[in-house]
Design a protein around this ligand. Structure first.
Ligand code: SF4
Length: 692
């Protein structure tokens, strides 16, 4: 029996765990690892059952190749499969041009994989068209972070600061279901006498633990934040010294907020003026105060402005840039943070560098040993890439790693059609996901406990997920896949399959960038339970707290960004009279490709459902469990009713973990935020009917 300290395969908390790997043939076991500081031994049901994913019976163990479009996927050798992928990508590039070849990554990939995938796209394929599903997840918060603070790290402070705060406002996040071990920090906050305010259209398990729950109309979080700033200005609650010494641009933001007087905000959000006042009193009166956002306010066509409005509130009240106070984003995917730092995004190069910055391009070209002029510029964002697949001017071939857009993309039926329209699709995944089922070639990937790699958790802590056992016969790592493809496409050097070798290059590539990993090594991570970036040298201690002395802007001041309210891209009307909002449940994760295959998780959450308020259920004549059709302008989904007074009467909720008839993303709206290019998953207009 070997014991290996490693980390959970799922969310951005990256809980520490110990994996016991018995002799060959016996199943591995997840054990607690109490000394890891983030979760201190606690694991949710997903983490506890993670060893089930390793069962060879649940996963792919041989490459699959389709001889022709419409034919069957059949088992093939690795050589044949990689030859087919290389030939498929090459043929399309030669026929339609390099931009017709696209790469799509995932926020669950390790830093090493994300880095090498970006390099593969730009050096081997020489295409600008690489993006990843993290664009659907945290990009609005990232854009607002950059605009205000000059730098994006989900939490600019460790999670422990939540427990030590006097007031936390959590906007559109439900850690009680998405990352239960993190809830201890919110509990500790309340045990110390601090207050928790939750903003959510649903009374979630997290909202039930709040001192104050504000239940706004979906899509109106921006108005709420502006209304609170208006009240703070009107009631003279501002921190004038902080505004003067540590910020710039307050006046335009102040003017914009003044147009959002409390009664107007009450009309827009449905939140009473008295509740607005209570929230402001609690937040402004707290010595140490934090605002956290999650996907609720971010996955909107105005997500960047919405997060910006919450940051403005923090800045105006002096709740930023000092220990114990600040704004942070609860990142979702396992490597949602690291995934956006090292080159998977269409507009970025490693180290969180801009792909249009000449100095950044020159540095990366030097590290990669290529001519800077040959590096492509920015490509299309995730939805825009998917939306144009197989069209004139769009990509015609795609290599996809660690993502399942058939379930997770907005307007999913259309995205599925576009994927089908490709000349060639290759998918590397652990299981035959809904997207892999459309592929010409499927490559069976090794997974978390079978390969070593770093991830960056929601705090900006770089952790090491260590291999605990060998992958089954027939399975290869994504790094080995990129190594094999690069060689076949004429670049035999620069794509090592060894993760530590890739990380050493990543350190050099990130050196001097905002996300500077130069001082982080595998040995250091092992010895220190993770290292917070930026960490420019081996002697640097890492940076758990950012912005204490200055913000990362040229003048060191945080920037107010003036924002005004605008409605959702699609509001209810006579034909589609209700709001739909979507989200996650405790026992499933993202597109469910992994968790739907774990028996205990599937028993706990076997399928989709439609949550609706008893008043709405009565009006529609709907009983608990009745089959409902939910229809939007983009499609239809069918799932049983779950009648509950935890949701607003004007809103229905569906979880998004399933494909097929109950796929919530058949309904969602791909209206994009103009800055972050993030789709509006969190609000669209629907009608609900009983299915006979
Ligand atoms: Fe895994 Fe997240 Fe659950 Fe922790 S909270 S065990 S990282 S899924």
């Amino acid at each position: 029996m070997t014991m290996t300290d490693t980390h959970c395969p799922y969310c951005s908390l990256q809980c520490g765990m110990r994996l016991a790997a018995p002799a060959a043939g016996a199943a591995a076991q997840v054990l607690e690892r109490p000394e890891f500081p983030v979760n201190r031994g606690a694991l949710c049901g997903k983490g506890q059952s993670a060893a089930s994913l390793l069962d060879p019976g649940l996963r792919l163990t041989t490459p699959l190749v389709r001889e022709r479009r419409g034919g069957e996927l059949r088992a093939a050798s690795w050589d044949l499969a990689l030859d087919r992928v290389a030939a498929g990508l090459k043929a399309v590039g030669e026929r339609y041009g390099r931009e017709a070849v696209a790469v799509f990554g995932g926020g669950g990939l390790t830093n090493e994989k994300g880095y090498l995938l970006g390099k593969f796209a730009r050096v081997v394929l020489r295409t600008p068209n690489i993006d990843y599903n993290g664009r659907f997840c945290m990009s609005s918060a990232a854009a607002a972070h950059k605009a205000a603070f000059g730098l994006d790290r989900g939490l600019p402070f460790p999670l422990t600061d939540i427990a030590r705060a006097d007031c936390v406002i959590l906007v559109g996040g439900n850690p009680a279901e998405t990352m239960p071990p993190a809830l201890r920090y919110f509990r500790e906050l309340r045990e110390r006498g601090g207050t928790l305010i939750v903003v959510d259209p649903r009374r979630t398990r997290t909202a039930e633990q709040a001192d104050l729950h504000l239940q706004p109309v979906p899509g109106t979080d921006l108005a709420l934040a502006l209304g609170l700033l208006h009240l703070a200005i009107a009631d003279r609650r501002l921190d004038a010294d902080f505004i003067a010494e540590r910020t710039s641009g307050f006046e335009p933001a102040r003017s914009a907020a003044m147009a959002h007087w409390p009664e107007r905000v009450e009309r827009l959000t449905g939140i009473a003026v008295s509740q607005l006042r209570s929230a402001l009193d609690l937040f402004a009166g707290a010595e140490k105060a934090i605002v956290l956002t999650a996907r609720g306010p971010e996955q909107q066509s105005k997500g960047t402005d919405t997060v910006g409005a919450w940051i403005n509130l923090c800045l105006a009240l002096g709740k930023a840039g000092r220990e114990g106070s600040g704004y942070g984003c609860l990142t979702g995917q396992g490597n949602g943070q690291g995934g956006r730092e090292h080159g998977q995004k269409a507009d970025q190069l490693p180290g969180y560098r801009s792909i249009v910055d000449p100095a950044a391009r020159a540095h990366i070209a030097r590290v990669w040993g290529v001519d800077e002029a040959g590096l492509p510029g920015p490509g299309r964002s995730a939805y825009e890439l998917l939306d144009t697949l197989g069209t004139e001017g769009g990509a015609r071939a795609m290599l996809l790693m660690g993502s399942n857009p058939v379930v997770s993309a907005p307007r999913a039926a259309h995205v599925t059609e576009r994927l089908r329209a490709l000349d060639f699709l290759a998918v590397s995944d652990v299981v035959l996901s809904e997207t892999a089922q459309l592929a010409d070639v499927v490559l069976p990937a090794a997974q978390w406990a079978e390969e070593t790699g770093t991830l960056t958790n929601l705090e900006g802590r770089v952790i090491l997920r260590q291999a605990a056992l060998s992958a089954p016969e027939g399975v290869r790592t994504d790094l080995a896949v990129l190594h094999g493809l690069a060689a076949r496409l004429g670049t035999p050097k620069g794509f090592p399959a060894d993760p530590e070798e890739v990380f050493e290059e990543l350190r050099r590539a990130s050196a001097g960038g905002q996300a500077d990993y130069a001082g982080i090594s595998y040995d250091r991570i092992r010895a220190e339970d993770g290292v917070f970036w930026p960490c420019p040298t081996g002697a640097h201690p890492g940076t758990p707290r950012l912005f204490l002395d200055r913000f990362a802007t040229p003048d060191g001041r945080a920037r107010f960004v003036p924002v005004s309210y605008r409605p959702a891209a699609e509001e209810p009307d006579a034909e589609y009279p209700l709001y739909l909002t979507t989200g996650r449940v405790l026992a499933q994760y993202q597109s469910g490709a992994q968790t739907r295959r774990v028996p205990e998780l599937n028993r706990a959450a076997p399928g989709p459902f439609v949550e609706l308020h008893p008043q709405l259920a009565e009006r529609l004549g709907v009983a608990e469990g009745q089959s409902l059709a939910v229809t939007s302008r983009r499609g239809r989904a069918v799932a049983p009713a779950r009648v509950t007074d935890t949701v607003r009467p004007d809103t229905v909720f569906m979880p998004f973990h399933w494909g097929g008839a109950g796929r919530a993303n058949s309904l969602t709206n791909p209206a994009l935020d103009p800055t972050s290019r993030m789709p509006e998953f969190k609000v669209c207009a629907v009608r609900v009917e009983r299915v006979r």
